[in-house]
Design a protein around this ligand. Structure first.
Ligand code: FO1
Length: 323
């Protein structure tokens, strides 16, 4: 793989699925070669705490501290705080483990002291031994809202956790996005002359990737960058590996195919990575003007994560850096 030390990669990630590829990329790229921007549209105030679920999911995954079955939260967690909160009649639908609480309390304290979300994330990563750069899409407040077919607007975590993704969606709204500015580290990464790849990880396109792309000027920066933009399909054989992506596509009237996701990202992409199960879609994706490659994209082991990362970077190398 021709990744000389002066070439850099920016990965765009949401929660669980994206974090797996982000981890794979950390296995093949040095800290100064890889930066990860995470969705902060899932962030919300809960019990007086500022909670950043996707940033924490990526951070814990890179720190090798995450609960591997759940994908979010910490391994070996205890739940005494939540039990005590329950006995006091507090809200317990959003599961906050005892060790996880330390992260939320620390983030809330540092934000209250005037630190930016980017700075707080860098502080937490440094304390947890995460050496690759991880930062939010913006330091400004953005709240992903889910518009239901009933017309009701639901906050993301109410939709995702409290209501277990059961309501029927009609669309999404990113509250505050109009005045949000890209976070300084994101802007630095997008404008880095040594940026040689932008990888959209296999996260939910609507509620994990779209909020990042919706931050004003991000799309423009992406198209101005010489770095090829490639995405790994989050849909394999008509199903999402985890989460509500396929259900959302049904409810949005989109076919639940990897091709439909390529069309969703169309204007941005130079390349698209299909799973071997979707090999038959190559011609249709290429008809969109997007180069494709086919590989195993289902990541069950760390070796799978590393392999997909290598396949992704090799694919980028094949794509000419744009003029
Ligand atoms: N996801 C759940 O499905 N149930 C939970 O109780 C839950 C708690 C939780 C606590 C901290 C945190 O950082 C993430 C948590 N998540 C939980 C995941 C969270 O809902 C994210 O929004 C998803 O990962 C989707 O991005």
């Amino acid at each position: 793989m021709g990744w000389s030390l002066d070439k850099r990669c920016l990965a765009v990630s949401g929660g669980i699925g994206g974090a797996k590829l982000a981890l794979g990329l950390t296995q093949v790229l040095r800290p100064d070669q890889l930066a990860i921007v995470a969705n902060s549209g899932d962030d919300f105030e809960h019990l007086g705490l500022h909670i950043s679920p996707d940033l924490d999911t990526v951070m814990y995954t890179l720190a090798d501290l995450s609960d591997k079955e759940q994908g979010w939260g910490l391994a070996g967690e205890s739940w005494n705080f939540l039990d005590a909160l329950d006995s006091l009649g507090g809200e317990t639908w959003f599961k906050l483990g005892d060790r996880d609480m330390a992260t939320h309390v620390t983030r809330t304290r540092l934000l209250a002291e005037g630190r930016t979300l980017s700075d707080v994330t860098a502080y937490l990563c440094e304390r947890l031994g995460v050496h690759h750069a991880l930062f939010p899409m913006t330091d400004d407040p953005v709240a992903t809202m889910v518009r239901l077919r009933s017309g009701e607007l639901l906050s993301f975590q109410h939709y995702f956790v409290r209501d277990r993704c059961e309501p029927v969606v009609a669309g999404f709204h990113f509250d505050g996005i109009e005045t949000a500015k890209p976070s300084p580290p994101l802007l630095n990464s997008l404008r880095d002359p040594q940026l040689a790849a932008i990888v959209i990880c296999p996260s939910n396109p609507f509620v994990s990737i779209d909020p990042v792309l919706a931050v004003p000027s991000v799309r423009q920066e992406l198209s101005d960058s010489r770095a090829p933009v490639v995405a790994v399909s989050p849909i394999v054989g008509g199903e999402a590996i985890k989460g509500p992506t396929a259900k959302m596509m049904d409810e949005l009237g989109m076919p639940r195919t990897a091709l439909a996701v390529a069309e969703h990202y169309k204007d941005l992409l130079d390349g698209y990575i299909l799973d071997t199960k979707d090999r038959q879609l190559v011609q249709q994706v290429e008809a969109l003007g997007i180069a494709t490659t086919v590989t195993e994209t289902v990541m069950l082991t760390l070796a799978d994560r590393r392999q997909l990362a290598e396949d992704t970077l090799n694919f980028v190398d094949q794509l000419q850096s744009r003029p």
